[in-house]
Write a protein that binds this ligand. Structure first.
Ligand SMILES: C[S@@+](CC[C@H](N)C(=O)[O-])C[C@H]1O[C@@H](n2cnc3c(N)ncnc32)[C@H](O)[C@@H]1O
Length: 252
């Protein structure tokens, strides 16, 4: 389905408490540190939050949990953060950046109660398939960051991507057999898990849904340590620009 660009949020809205850049986080980083007022709250992460309907709804209905969203597209990350800010939510924050890096390198082992991936981009062309979020490496890292009994939720309208993801998830050895998640009966126009669920169901197309529960088997992989920053500072050239003799005119 084609997508429109993200609308710009009201520029007067203060996003400072709801929007972070992944590049500004230390590596590793305990996400509980991002919610200092609720250090013991179970933490849930959504990868690819789009317009932020899931985050806003979940954070409103479960105030005892803390929710993090990560969205690679800057415009959508800002839109999500604006939605959280407008709702005055203190238990949800948005990160702009790559969910693969966040899960693979930033979040410590067994830290999350749930990971949500809803309608990830299918990347249909064979040469683009490697950009899919639900790769073997990503699913193994989800197995690392989920606490035992934590859940990975996968919903999509692409049957082939869904089935392939379940096979890859099973191969990690981290998850019990997938549980089907029943569709809700919407009580109002925005009573869907996400915007993509809404548009898919309104179009009468099927949605594949599963929840995979983390077993207490050992993590199959270690956190990926990113290469150190080079810290390279170009040497001073000793170049001193010649005096031009230019004297700016007096402004008064
Ligand atoms: C098809 S949209 C679905 C949005 C939302 N989950 C929904 O169901 O309405 C997929 C979203 O994932 C985001 N995305 C793609 N790759 C990502 C990545 N590596 N990390 C974070 N977000 C990503 C895209 O920018 C896009 O907003």
């Amino acid at each position: 389905m084609p997508r429109r660009g993200a609308k710009k949020p009201d520029p007067s809205l203060d996003l400072s408490r709801h929007l972070l850049r992944l590049a500004d986080l230390p590596v590793p980083c305990d996400p509980a540190a991002l919610f200092p007022d609720r250090p013991a709250a179970p933490l849930e992460l959504e990868v690819g939050s789009g317009k932020g309907l899931f985050l806003a709804t979940a954070a409103t209905s479960r105030p005892d949990h803390a929710f993090l969203g990560i969205e690679i597209a800057t415009g959508y990350a800002r839109l999500c953060a604006a939605r959280l800010a407008r709702a005055g939510l203190t238990n949800a924050r948005m990160i702009q950046g790559d969910g693969g890096f966040l899960v693979g390198s930033v979040i410590p082992d067994r830290r999350l109660a749930a990971v949500h991936v809803y309608f990830p981009d299918p990347w249909w062309k064979a040469r683009h398939k490697k950009r899919r979020v639900l790769s073997a490496a990503f699913l193994a890292q989800v197995g690392r960051v989920l606490a035992p009994a934590g859940k990975l939720h996968i919903w999509t309208d692409v049957e082939e991507y869904f089935l392939e993801s379940l096979v890859l998830a099973a191969a990690t050895g981290c998850f019990a057999a997938p549980e089907e998640e029943p569709p809700g009966l919407p009580a109002h126009d925005l009573d869907y898990r996400t915007h993509f669920e809404r548009r898919t169901r309104l179009a009468g197309a099927p949605v594949w849904r599963a929840a995979l529960v983390r077993t207490d088997s050992p993590a199959p992989v270690a956190r990926i340590e990113p290469p150190p920053a080079t810290g390279f500072v170009p040497p001073a050239t000793g170049f001193v620009p010649p005096a031009t003799g230019f004297v700016p005119p007096a402004t008064g």
